[in-house]
Design a binder for this molecule. Structure first.
Ligand code: 6R9
Length: 649
């Protein structure tokens, strides 16, 4: 990354009204590190407890006794923080502003309306037989019922597992089976960018693939298209919902009882079920939401993520609602019906804080300044990004063109595993460098290490680790604690390994450089190369496949697949098409390889390990610096791969 970066002071008008100052940040950060127990004992009180905790932190990162517990003797139900406690002073305040796919389709739910809707939803789940501890899979479009379904699960103590609506029936089935979820909540169809997504049909197929695992399917009517309802299994929300009470007592939960599972890709194997629990997660979600976004009572907060990702969990649902904020939920896409849509929605609803992904910013930047300048955007006061490193050009465009140089940008680095923001330029506390994650949030101690685990000091580059627990940390991989220990705590024993590379500059700012493992980041979505490879080799024509990322102008990284066909199958463009379709149906469109190169062989070490480093270089079209190829079994395959490369500059 270029060293020649712009330094931006905090815009003056923003600084005047900011909740934090540089001094306040320094003071709170120091307190959070010097006395974590004292710090979190105080801030743990920001959420509603049925029975207050007396213990704060009970954590061991020793791999033989790895456990993470926070506030472990407290009892709560997270929906009391998100709903019940808001009723007294915020009953009539908008909780959710919903903006549909079509610009003339929107409505608002007040906290009181949301409270009753969630209670009804909870009673419907009870009628269906859902009990505390049961896993409930959500496969939903971006409609308020998605938030309601999450909160309803939480209210009755069930564990939700939201599966992104863009995943295929196969991917959905895999996640249903992994957590043995007998219940699915879906909609007849989803609507995005003028197109329909057959969610119920996909669910039916997933239920078949899950072979009798699913006992009940609750269906929300979104478009009213006729869908088949299976007798005894499928029920309509509007039918059962009409007959139940609109109040429902919240289930008392231990702070460490599971709140949700969210599947995410890793460098090996199938996606893993990241488990978050009630107490620590909610403290982290609400605290980061308040401080990262400089939250004020009258803000209209818009996080443009999908609830299928962790960003949607923490910053559409749990963080904003626990803080009594107004959260905008958008069903559509940034470019429909026009590339002005994001900014038109900001104007329509008076959005003050807008949070999106670099990939969306780059896609809109490509359309030029016109679609932005056609809108007013004067209500905006803070902008945010998440999901992948933002390149300085996109940062500058976002800052100048979208924010008229008035709004600070919070570049929030975090992961599904961390529950909420970890590294961020907290607004009002620091100058901004375009593209820098900047500084740790309260309670977070990042360090950079080399491959041997040696801690690196000063201005340097290395692998990013976190040296101590924070309340929002994931607790385990659902059903596979070993995998949790192995994945995060074996590379640098006693520390949490993030999987990211990072640079620290001479001013102490952290710059996340991207994954250092076999995870690629496509449009801000995490994809394990192993997953795409196994989808490819599940096709009859494929003998072997290796997948790597390569730089992509809009998506950040694109997916590049090297494929060796089985004996007797000739490579062809038709086969490429077939393989792309195959991956779409095995995982979903986001996993579809952008480029496929047929290769007679893949470069391997003599012990048979694929040399990914070389494949990455060829995919990047930067094979001048291939490095040491002397350990290759057959060095000549490299020349053939270079000749056949698909990404020629
Ligand atoms: C929240 C979320 C996590 C991975 C993470 C990193 C990348 C996220 C980033 C960022 C640079 C940022 N990442 N935010 N890289 N700057 N502001 O995205 O979670 O889907 O689990 O992805 O995304 O590589 O390790 P998740």
């Amino acid at each position: 990354m270029s060293q020649d970066v712009s330094n931006h002071p905090v815009p003056e008008a923003f600084a005047k009204q900011a909740n934090l100052t540089p001094e306040k940040y320094a003071e709170m950060y120091e307190a959070s590190i010097k006395d974590p127990d004292g710090f979190w004992a105080e801030h743990g009180k920001r959420i509603e407890w049925m029975k207050p905790f007396t213990q704060v932190k009970d954590v061991s990162w020793d791999k033989d006794d790895l456990h993470v517990r926070w506030f472990a003797d407290g009892t709560l139900n997270v929906t009391e923080s998100c709903l019940d406690r808001q009723l007294e002073t915020r009953g009539a305040k908008p909780a959710i502003i919903w903006e549909g796919d079509e610009p003339d389709d929107s409505h608002t739910l007040t906290y009181r309306q949301l409270y009753h809707a969630v209670c009804r939803f909870s009673n419907v789940l009870k009628e269906m037989g859902v009990k505390k501890g049961d896993r409930v899979t959500l496969y939903m479009p971006m409609i308020p019922e998605a938030s309601m379904a999450m909160l309803a699960c939480a209210r009755i103590g069930a564990i939700h597992s939201v599966v992104f609506g863009g995943f295929s029936p196969e991917a959905l089935a895999g996640r249903i089976v992994d957590c043995q979820s007998e219940f699915v909540i879906t909609a007849d169809e989803g609507v995005r960018g003028g197109r329909k997504v057959p969610l119920k049909e996909n669910t039916d197929r997933a239920c078949d693939l899950a072979k009798g695992m699913v006992k009940k399917v609750l269906v929300v009517e979104r478009t009213g298209v006729g869908v088949e309802m299976k007798d005894g299994r499928d029920v309509w929300l509007h039918e059962v919902g009409a007959e139940v009470d609109d109040t429902c007592a919240p289930e008392p939960m231990n702070a460490e009882d599971p709140l949700f599972i969210l599947y995410t890709s890793g460098s090996t194997g199938k996606p893993k079920g990241v488990l978050h629990t009630c107490g620590g997660y909610l403290v982290w979600a609400s605290m980061t939401h308040e401080y990262v976004f400089d939250l004020k009572e009258d803000d209209v907060f818009w996080c443009s993520a999908d609830v299928g990702w962790v960003t949607g969990h923490t910053y559409i649902v749990y963080g904003p609602l626990a803080n009594g904020a107004t959260s905008l939920m958008f069903e559509g896409v940034p470019t429909y019906p026009s590339p002005s849509r994001f900014w038109e929605v900001c104007d329509k609803h008076g959005v003050t804080i807008f949070y999106t992904a670099p990939t969306a910013i780059r896609a809109l930047m490509r359309e030029g300044d016109g679609p932005v300048k056609a809108t007013d955007r004067s209500t905006l006061r803070l902008l945010g990004t998440v999901g992948e490193p933002i390149n300085p050009e996109a940062w500058e465009w976002y800052f100048r063109t979208v924010g008229d140089s008035r709004c600070p940008i919070v570049d929030t680095w975090w992961q599904t595993e961390t529950g909420g923001t970890m590294i961020v330029p907290l607004p009002g506390t620091t100058k901004m460098k375009s593209g820098a994650g900047s500084h740790p949030f309260f309670g977070v101690v990042p360090k950079l290490v080399d491959a041997e685990g040696e801690v690196l000091e000063g201005a340097t580059q290395g692998n990013l680790i976190i040296t101590g627990s924070w309340p929002g940390q994931m607790r385990t991989v659902y059903g596979d604690h070993e995998r949790f220990v192995d994945t995060y705590f074996s590379a640098y024993p006693g520390n949490y390994f993030t999987g990211d590379g990072c640079r620290r500059d001479e001013d102490g700012f952290y710059w996340i450089t991207g994954r250092v493992d076999d995870v690629i980041n496509v449009s801000g979505h995490r994809m394990g190369t192993a997953e795409v490879e196994s989808a490819l080799v599940s096709h009859d024509a494929v003998a072997e496949a290796a997948v790597v990322g390569y730089p992509h102008d809009i998506k950040g990284q694109g997916i590049y697949a090297y494929v060796t066909t089985v004996q007797g199958v000739e490579p062809s463009d038709e086969l490429k098409d077939l393989l792309q379709k195959h991956v779409r149906s095995e995982i979903g469109p986001i996993a579809c390889p952008d480029l496929i190169q047929f290769a007679p062989g893949l470069p391997k070490t003599r012990s048979g390990k694929i040399m990914r480093r070389i494949l990455r270089k060829i995919a990047e079209d930067s094979y001048d610096s291939l490095g040491d190829t002397s350990t290759l079994a057959e060095p000549e395959v490299v020349d053939e791969l270079i000749d056949g490369r698909q990404n020629k500059a």
